[in-house]
Design a protein around this ligand. Structure first.
Ligand SMILES: NC(=O)c1ccc[n+]([C@@H]2O[C@H](COP(=O)([O-])OP(=O)(O)OC[C@H]3O[C@@H](n4cnc5c(N)ncnc54)[C@H](O)[C@@H]3O)[C@@H](O)[C@H]2O)c1
Length: 252
């Protein structure tokens, strides 16, 4: 029996966007614990640096890499010279939550921002890292998506869902185009995560009760899935959209 590899990402370099808090922070921490050197991106330099410092305090290897993923020039400058093996496109919620609105009432700049953040930035960063990955013959592209891509919801997230769905489509095509180059591409479509409210609130309890496993998602759940997708053991998954939502059944 082969021993279990506790550091399957040793020697790999990962970039996690929007990792200054929430889900992205959890992903960065788990990738680092699995041995990857992690570039912690965020719009906020203070948050990016704080998470990188936290990783180093725990014995991991990380650097803060603040830039706006919707800014093409800033993204290019930031990743220039880095050999990124694992790209996790997590940034997807604009500062302040993105002003959810019924679609007809949504100002064009708000839906444009959802597309810039959730689709164009994924495309741009992918184009920046894939040539190096292909040259090295190994790479991982991960999109953090949402159940809103696959399901109509009356909570003002039409543009967000459409942008996430566009990203999932890109991922399917990347998997086919770049699988032969040793690069896999996958989406993790999340259900509702902890932090949106507290258990005990009737609204939150109702949501939790609709999830078959009886709890909301946690950043570590997503981080562990990213570790698996990034490891050799996860290399068979390619071009997939995996719903991490406790078994929530889609419907109206
Ligand atoms: N929280 C949920 O319930 C939930 C559900 C489904 C999917 N998701 C997805 O999970 C991902 C993370 O969500 P979260 O809830 O942890 O978000 P969050 O709002 O807690 O954190 C997002 C981070 O991204 C950063 N950010 C925002 N715009 C940026 C930009 N242009 N460039 C760089 N960084 C930027 C923010 O500064 C912030 O630190 C998103 O893609 C989101 O769509 C979240």
């Amino acid at each position: 029996m082969e021993p279990y590899d506790a550091r399957p990402l040793a020697g790999r370099v990962a970039l996690v966007t929007g990792a200054g808090q929430g889900v992205g922070r959890g992903i960065a921490m788990r990738l680092a614990a699995a041995g990857a050197k992690v570039a912690v991106n965020d719009l906020s330099p203070a948050r990016a640096d704080a998470v990188a410092a936290e990783i180093r305090d725990h014995g991991g290897d990380a650097l803060g890499l603040a830039f706006d993923v919707t800014d093409a020039a800033a993204a290019e400058t930031a990743v220039n010279g880095l050999e990124i093996d694992i790209l996790v496109n997590n940034a997807g919620v604009p500062p302040g939550g993105g002003r959810p609105n019924r679609f007809a009432e949504m100002p064009p700049e708000d839906w444009q921002l959802q597309i810039d953040l959730n689709l164009a930035a994924l495309m741009r960063l992918t184009q920046l890292v894939i040539p190096g990955q292909a040259k090295r013959g190994w790479g991982r592209i991960i999109q953090i998506s949402s159940g809103a891509s696959a399901r109509g919801l009356a909570i003002g997230v039409a543009a967000y869902g459409a942008a996430k769905a566009g990203g999932e489509s890109l991922i399917r095509h990347l998997g086919v185009e770049y699988g032969p180059a040793g690069i896999t591409a996958n989406s993790l479509a999340l259900g509702l995560m902890e932090g949106v409210g507290r258990a005990g609130d009737p609204g939150v309890d109702r949501l939790i009760n609709s999830i078959p496993i009886g709890r909301l998602g946690r950043p570590d759940d997503v981080g562990e899935a990213c570790v698996w997708l990034s490891s050799e053991a996860g290399g068979l998954a390619n071009g997939q959209v995996i719903h991490l939502n406790g078994g929530t059944v889609f419907g109206r």
